[in-house]
Write a new protein. Structure first.
Length: 456
């Protein structure tokens, strides 16, 4: 059993809107959390520095007072000027004897250190932040302290005043993001509805009115696809109609000759009818082969430009295959040497055979008995290479040249059977693989010359 996870069914895939909302809101929450953590850190440092400065300032004021004025009785008479005043306490120590303290200060020392500076301590289970300094007399120690819990309350209050508006803004921001994302993906929804509402046979282009620039390439690509499908459908419909019409003739001929053979009383008459039947079958077979070749070419949407075939080798093989056909009509196939063995044509070998066979078959079929057909390969530097096929037939008129390549078009008056598909196959291969096909009169043989050119 494969360990790979099975793909999620289409209905289980999250929508684009849901993915955008999840991503954006997650980023907003992460950014909000990072901002809150930074605000907490900065606020804690700023408040701690400020409160430490207050402790040092209080100690400095106490140091300025004469020692005899800082008795405990006098200190207890100090008025309460603020509700937060008892949060800051102090102690005056002479060596290890407590001389005076504020009303809220504990009896135990807030700090054991004797050097001036800040310290954190624990007294009666409470955490304190203290500042120690020397009094006016060297043997007097001033200790000013504040509960750490009070400091945290101050930091939390300061931070709450900052984060509370941000917390209230989060739902509004989420609602705004949802509204913006929903509005942004709405054109995709309209496009999907427009495509879903189309009839299967409708290939009209989609409207681009009001389409955002980000969605326009998709709509343009769909319209181009519809256009290609419309052309392909029209071509297939015409091809089907023409093929049905063209196949009707050889089939009718075969049926007629078969009926003649059935009713023949003479051996020679029956043999003649059967021979005509075989010829009709050969013609129908040739027509079906060409129809299949053309259908395969019409279905080919892309081609592999990396394929190439040595032309001279395949040309010799195709020429050898058709020598028997040419000999029956006393025709001669000539290869102009040298055939440039290093020239490659940008086609896979099967298509190269199809192209050469159709070129040579057309030249032989529409040339008279005893005609000559000349094949030549030319390599003109790095610019291009070309293959030319010339015959000594009657050639074509300008009107006939203009129609050359139309499906089922045949030149009348040649006395030869054919479907007219050979040129359609040649031109289709040329279009798919960027070959240039040209026709003119042969300067040497006087008939038709076909030239196929390409960049090597």
């Amino acid at each position: 059993m494969s360990s790979a996870a099975a793909p999620r069914p289409p209905h289980a895939q999250r929508s684009l809107q849901a993915r955008l909302l999840t991503t954006v809101l997650t980023l907003v929450l992460v950014a909000w959390g990072v901002a809150a953590a930074l605000a907490w850190h900065e606020t804690d440092e700023e408040v701690s520095d400020l409160l430490d400065a207050h402790l040092a300032q209080t100690a400095a004021l106490l140091r300025l007072q004469p020692l005899d004025e800082l008795t405990e009785s006098r200190l207890n008479e100090a008025p309460d000027l603020d509700k937060h005043q008892p949060r800051v306490v102090f102690q005056l120590w002479h060596e290890d004897q407590l001389l005076a303290r504020s009303a809220s200060a504990p009896q135990e020392p807030l700090a054991q250190q004797r050097q001036r500076g800040f310290a954190d301590s624990q007294v009666d289970g409470k955490a304190w932040r203290v500042f120690v300094t020397q009094g006016r007399e060297r043997d007097v120690r001033i200790v000013v302290g504040e509960l750490q819990s009070v400091r945290r309350e101050i930091v939390l209050a300061s931070l709450t005043s900052i984060l509370k508006p941000m917390a209230w803004a989060l739902p509004l921001l989420a609602l705004g993001i949802w509204w913006a994302v929903r509005g942004s993906v709405r054109p995709l929804g309209r496009l999907g509805n427009a495509v879903a509402a189309r009839q299967p046979q409708s290939l009209a282009p989609l409207s681009t009115a009001g389409v955002p620039p980000e969605v326009l390439p998709l709509v343009t690509a769909l319209n181009e696809l519809f256009e290609r499908m419309a052309r392909l459908l029209a071509t297939e419909q015409q091809f089907t109609a023409d093929a049905a019409h063209e196949l009707r003739t050889p089939i009718a001929g075969i049926r007629m000759q078969a009926q003649v053979a059935q009713g023949a009383t003479d051996t020679q008459e029956r043999a003649t009818a059967l021979q005509a039947t075989v010829q009709g079958c050969d013609r129908a077979t040739r027509l079906v082969e060409q129809l299949l070749q053309l259908a395969r070419l019409d279905a080919e949407a892309t081609h592999d430009s990396g394929n190439s075939t040595p032309l001279a080798e395949v040309l010799r093989q195709v020429t050898a295959d058709l020598q028997g056909v040419a000999a029956r009509r006393q025709q001669r196939i000539m290869l102009r040497e040298p055939l440039a063995p290093g020239v490659h044509i940008p086609l896979p070998e099967p298509l190269t055979r199809v192209l050469l066979r159709n070129l040579l078959d057309n030249a032989l079929r529409y040339s008279p008995d005893g005609a000559e057909v000349l094949l030549q390969i030319d390599e003109q530097g790095d610019d291009h290479a070309q293959l030319s096929v010339e015959d000594s037939g009657p050639g074509l008129t300008p009107k006939e040249l203009a129609r050359l390549g139309e499906r089922f078009f045949r030149v009348l008056g040649t006395g030869q059977s054919g479907s007219g598909l050979g040129w359609s196959i040649i031109q289709r291969i040329a279009r798919l693989h960027h070959l240039q096909v040209g026709t003119d009169r042969s300067p040497g043989l006087g008939g038709l010359r076909v030239t196929v050119r390409w960049k090597p």
